[in-house]
Design a protein around this ligand. Structure first.
Ligand code: NAP
Ligand code: ZN
Length: 349
């Protein structure tokens, strides 16, 4: 076994701190990666605090991983020592079910998530990217361009694919009016992608101070969501809305902004349910309320390649590992510009 170390939540209440653990030795199809940077997703906070009631402690969060390949198994063809590599939310799946056959591994019943998930290899629980190294089957390792700022690439592995995938699935493009709700880690990537795909983009925010940034990131208009008059100006005008909010809120105020046949896709996963929307708000305009989960491995590579081609990365605040607990508090106050990324060189053994 490989002696490894990282930062873990030992229980839902106390701050994260150093944790020593073991990872498996790389098998024939495995890649061992020295982790250089790891993004901080709101899902990490939800699970470190057991807000989804499924956490096994100690939990080592982190699923926006980029680093350098330091060892490859004998059957690994597409990675060599020294390559840059990325790992997102998944490290394994069954490979055979209809979802896996369709390259939608995130929907497989046997998906192994990067952390807090039963590991088929060891029978233990997986540990994520707030750590010095990780061992992952080559089928779940992504190629990362060396033309982009590597720290700012890390959030693409979750925040990037989680917004890219629904925008592609609902074929957002030129001529569409698209709303993004919430300017956090996911939301700011949603703004960048919707803008890059040629849509007219409107950002809905609870934070008046984010307006200038939203425009810089690609929004054509910014609406403060509690301003009823400003909201009313957009009634029945959107083709698609991507809602990234991590807290329960009134969905009707956004559903009523959709055109006939428009769709609002939820990607935020609050710990408590949203108030149930008014059914009439759906029926009378044949609107759709939908959801989406990250994206498959093939589409994640497509997204990374699109970002390399179009020079798209995340806007980040680089932090040292011990600052993670303060970062969580700031994330809860919607005070992150716009993704924290941990510099793993600051992780002490
Ligand atoms: P984040 O960085 O904290 O961003 C969330 C944003 O939502 C905040 O910055 C804030 O933006 C807005 N917001 C917060 N509280 C709000 C409230 N009470 N009412 C309205 N807006 C509020 O979080 P994130 O990392 O982007 O993640 C967002 C959610 O997506 C989390 O629940 C996470 O678990 C989930 N997630 C889902 C998937 C998936 O595959 N579906 C993948 C990754 C993450 P403003 O300041 O602009 O209002
Ligand atoms: Zn995430």
């Amino acid at each position: 076994m490989l002696k490894s170390y990282g930062y873990a939540a030992y229980n839902p209440q106390t701050p994260l701190r150093t944790f020593h653990f073991e990872r498996r030795e790389p098998g024939p199809t495995d890649v061992r990666i020295e982790i250089l940077y790891c993004g901080v997703c709101h899902s990490d906070l939800h699970q470190a605090r057991n807000e989804w009631n499924g956490s096994t402690f100690p939990i080592v969060p982190g699923h926006e991983i980029v680093g350098k390949v330091i060892e490859v198994g004998s059957q690994v063809a597409s990675f060599k020592i020294g390559d840059l590599a990325g790992v997102g939310c998944m490290v394994d799946s069954c490979g055979e079910c209809p979802d896996c056959q369709d390259h939608q591994e995130q929907f497989c019943a046997d998906t192994v998530f990067t952390y807090n998930s039963p590991d088929k290899h060891t029978g233990k629980i997986t540990y994520g990217g707030y750590s010095n190294q990780i061992v992952v089957d080559q089928g779940f390792v992504l190629h990362v361009s060396d033309n982009l700022n590597l720290a700012a690439v890390a959030p693409l592995l979750c925040a990037g694919i989680t917004t890219y995938s629904p925008l592609r699935h609902w074929r957002v493009g030129k001529g569409d009016k698209v709303g993004i709700v919430g300017l956090g880690g996911l939301g700011h990537m949603g703004v960048k992608f919707a803008h890059a795909f040629g849509a007219e983009v409107v950002l809905f925010t609870t934070s008046p101070g984010k307006e200038a940034d939203a425009r810089r990131l690609g929004a054509d208009d910014v609406v403060i969501s509690k301003n009823a008059e400003a909201m009313a100006k957009h009634l029945q005008s959107f083709d698609f809305i991507l809602n990234t909010v991590a807290a329960p809120h009134d969905l009707d105020q956004y559903l009523s902004l959709l055109k006939r046949d428009g769709t609002m896709c939820l990607v935020g996963v609050p710990s408590e349910p949203h108030p149930s929307p008014n059914v009439g708000n759906l029926i009378f305009r044949r609107r759709t309320l939908a959801g989406s989960l990250i994206g498959g491995i093939r589409e994640t590579q497509e997204m990374l390649d699109f970002c390399a081609e179009h020079n798209i990365v995340s806007d980040i605040e680089l932090i040292a590992m011990p600052a993670i607990n303060d970062a969580y508090e700031r994330m809860l106050k919607s005070d992150v510009k716009y993704r924290f990324v941990i510099d793993m060189a600051t992780l002490q053994a």
